[in-house]
Design a protein around this ligand. Structure first.
Ligand code: ADP
Ligand code: MG
Length: 729
């Protein structure tokens, strides 16, 4: 029996996996996290203070203190049955990495002890020569090391019965180049903090720290593991390269409003339990638009912690799904013709005085502060829309952007009717002198209009890649499999830079003798005018928008290799250097890595297509072709008229045509790939993979294979069909 039918048969016998019952989330929340409260109990005053200041981005921890903290960490971890520790980091491969070491060691005199000192906490050398470094490590040094990031708390990961102490780290080369996602993110957040505090101080001298906040919404598919295993394309590339859409797709929208299936529900409760233990504050879970698609979202947190929690959760989901005989698909487009998955990034900024900088204010003063950050964000998106496009570019996301289910590849900002009006007022009414009109704008009770803002947003906002949603912006073009750090690094960096210019511009006016509020109002107006073209309120999925955007001069780059160009533009280099987020060589290395990732993905998918077509599809089709041929021959032999087998002949004709198309195209694709593989330059090669391999052959081959799927005897078709993968559990 083929894996397909085996898997379908097994489905009936699938039992629900027991999930430990959690009476109260608060009972387990954060139990596996080395929180400040735990630290307070276990550390000396001195060590605790040192840890606390370094969490706040302050001073480095010295060796003596590090030893004390390490010892406290080990004591805590051992009390929970932990024997191993690992430096946990996020290499540019997009997953997390670990190298487990045990506390166990043997001293020079031969005694065996458990040990974990400051050195082991602060720095470790992973055997990491195979992580991507875009040539950096090869150029500068042979190896890299991981360095403790105290701003993210250590936690215990439970895998089966094993427990490991995970120390969040950044991954750096010996010469100091950042080789991971976290390093530049932390620098971007620091740059934002610096610029934003200075601007805040126009309004409130008490602000000493600004943190960016992130609440992600993770979409994913859940499917049966047996069916997953019977689809080599899902196993190898995370998406189905073939498959005819099922008779029933998502038209009925019955899944969106339906109840969550039992087996999936058990899986959800299980991974949520694991997530709570490591301190991930998940709050919502629900079905999504497509069949078998779901979403979960936490309460927002500081960006760096939220990023860790998202990558950690993706890992937990993958592991826990297997306990339930299920598989999680995080790919942006696992099924053609069915909605793909994204990861909305809700983002804002908060001060240490407790103010959300993107929440409209109640008084003229707080309104002005809100308008300042609101308009600076719009300006940042306007000035660096190409970089925002680049940071969400991936082979997977290319299938989703602009495919009438996700925002288009054109970056624009949606602010809603109400704030559009406010911006219009700012533009037209602010005069050359501060007068009643300015005063009137500032006197608007923007805060009271929040319900209106939300109302504004509910119907159309899904089509905008960057939408204001009442008290935060929502970056909706991020892919479901992405590490949020990419998007967050760019967003916070461009805002840091824009706020820096803003301060300069305002100060220049103040120096000329302008009153502070007036100076601010004037620069705001200038920014509104200069970045207006990025604002778009209507349907972003429509064809008119693509035309309109072109007229406005907004870029609409549909494929990854070209979208990535923005990463290394002069403008980007200047931005990263000025904010200190990435060096010249680091940007180039990252660009190279993204291109290489793209090439590999398309190459794997292309190989998968060739293999499946040749070894699965064509044999089944030829077998059925023979059955039909025999049938026709037989009918003819017994002397029946042609009308008796004309239908069979028709089908036979079609099948034969598709068979020859598939085999021809596959052969041509392989030749094309061979040619492309000869290209030396990475960018040229990525473009060639995009145009000459994917562009020319993927849809084409798929068309004929999907036609065959409808013609060939179902019994002979070895790949699980969409209807089985999406609707059976
Ligand atoms: P909706 O469900 O309509 O999208 P929610 O208010 O539930 O709106 O928010 C969605 C996500 O936005 C959640 O993850 C939430 O934590 C996050 N969020 C809310 N406020 C902020 C904020 N100030 N900064 C960052 N994220 C936020
Ligand atoms: Mg949302």
């Amino acid at each position: 029996m083929s894996l397909r039918f085996n898997a379908v048969n097994n489905l009936a016998g699938n039992e629900e996996t027991e999930v430990p019952v959690t009476a109260k989330i608060t009972g387990i929340f954060g139990e596996n996290v080395f929180t400040l409260k735990t630290a307070r109990e276990l550390l000396s005053d001195e060590a605790f203070k040192s840890l606390k200041t370094s969490i706040k981005g302050g001073k480095k921890i010295d060796r003596v203190m590090a030893n004390q903290i390490a010892s406290g960490l080990r004591q805590w971890a051992e009390s929970k049955g932990v024997t191993h520790y690992t430096h946990w980091f996020q290499p540019l491969t997009g997953t997390t990495a670990e190298k487990h070491d045990s506390f166990f060691t043997i001293k020079s005199d031969g005694t065996a002890i458990e040990e974990f000192d400051g050195g082991a906490l602060i720095q470790q050398e992973p055997d990491a020569s195979s992580f991507p470094s875009g040539g950096l490590r090869a150029t500068f040094e042979a190896r890299g090391y991981t360095a403790w990031d105290p701003s993210s708390p250590a936690f215990i990961m439970e895998i089966g019965h094993g427990k490991t102490l995970c120390i969040p780290t950044v991954f750096v080369s010996y010469t100091g180049e950042l080789l991971d996602y976290k390093g530049p993110l932390l620098k971007a957040l620091e740059a934002l903090n610096k610029s934003a505090v200075e601007v805040c101080n126009y309004f409130d001298k008490n602000v000493t720290k600004v943190t960016a906040t992130l609440g992600w919404e993770q979409e994913y598919f859940v499917i049966d593991e047996g069916l997953f295993n019977a689809r080599p394309d899902l196993v190898m590339s995370g998406r189905t390269v073939f498959g005819h859409p099922p008779a029933k797709g998502q038209q009925l929208e019955d899944h969106y409003f339906g109840s969550i299936p039992e087996r999936v529900y058990a899986f959800m409760r299980d991974f949520e339990g694991e997530a709570y233990k490591v301190g991930i504050p998940l709050r919502t879970r629900h079905n999504e638009v497509a069949p078998a698609q779901f979403e979960c979202a936490p309460i927002f947190e500081e960006v760096s912690v939220a990023v860790d929690h998202n990558t950690l959760l993706m890992d937990i989901m993958n592991r826990v799904a297997r306990r339930h005989g299920l598989r999680v698909l995080l790919h942006e487009k696992p099924f053609a013709g069915i909605n793909g998955s994204g990861k909305h990034n809700n983002w804002s900024m908060a001060t240490d005085t407790g103010v959300n900088l993107l929440a409209p204010g109640k008084t003229p003063k707080t309104n002005l502060m809100f308008l300042t950050f609101f308009v600076n964000t719009i300006k940042a998106v306007h000035d660096y829309s190409d970089l925002l496009r680049a940071c969400i570019a991936s082979a997977g996301n290319d299938f989703r952007l602009g495919a009438n289910e996700a925002p288009p590849a054109i970056i624009s900002v949606f602010v809603g009717q109400y704030l559009s009006k406010v911006l219009e007022d700012v533009e037209t009414r602010v005069g050359n002198k501060f007068d009643e009109q300015d005063e009137a704008i500032l006197k608007l009770d923007l805060h009271r209009s929040i319900p209106e803002l939300l109302l504004d947003n509910t119907d159309r906002n899904r089509t905008s890649p960057f939408a204001f949603t009442g008290n935060k912006f929502e970056f909706r073009a991020v892919g479901s499999a992405a590490n949020c750090a990419s998007a967050m690094t760019v967003l916070n960096t461009i805002l840091a830079e824009t706020l820096k210019s803003f301060k300069k511009d305002v100060d220049a006016l103040i120096e000329k003798g302008e009153k502070k509020e007036i100076a601010i109002m004037h620069v705001i107006r200038e920014y509104v005018v200069s970045s207006k073209k990025v604002l778009f309120e209507k349907d972003g999925y429509s064809g008119e928008w693509a035309d309109e955007a072109e007229k406005r001069g907004l870029p609409n780059i549909k494929t990854t290799p070209l979208a990535l160009d923005a990463m290394i533009s002069q403008k980007a280099q200047a931005l990263y250097t000025s904010t200190g987020v990435l060096s010249h060589s680091e940007i180039e290395a990252r660009h190279e890595i993204e291109l290489e990732k793209y090439i590999k993905v398309v190459q794997i998918e292309s190989r998968m297509m060739g293999e499946l077509a040749t070894a699965n599809i064509l044999p089944a089709a030829i077998k059925y072709q023979n059955v039909l041929t025999e049938n026709v021959k037989g009918l003819k032999e017994v002397g029946l008229p042609e009308s008796a087998y004309s239908k069979q002949l028709q089908v036979l004709n079609k099948i034969s045509e598709h068979i020859s198309k598939v085999s021809d195209l596959v052969e041509q694709m392989i030749e094309a790939r061979k040619a492309v593989n000869q290209i030396e330059n990475t960018r040229d090669k990525a473009i060639a993979y995009c145009d000459d391999v994917k562009g020319k052959y993927f849809d084409n081959i798929r068309y004929h294979v999907d036609k065959l799927e409808l013609l060939v005897d179902d019994e002979e078709w070895s790949l699980p069909k969409y209807r089985e993968i999406l609707f059976l559990r």
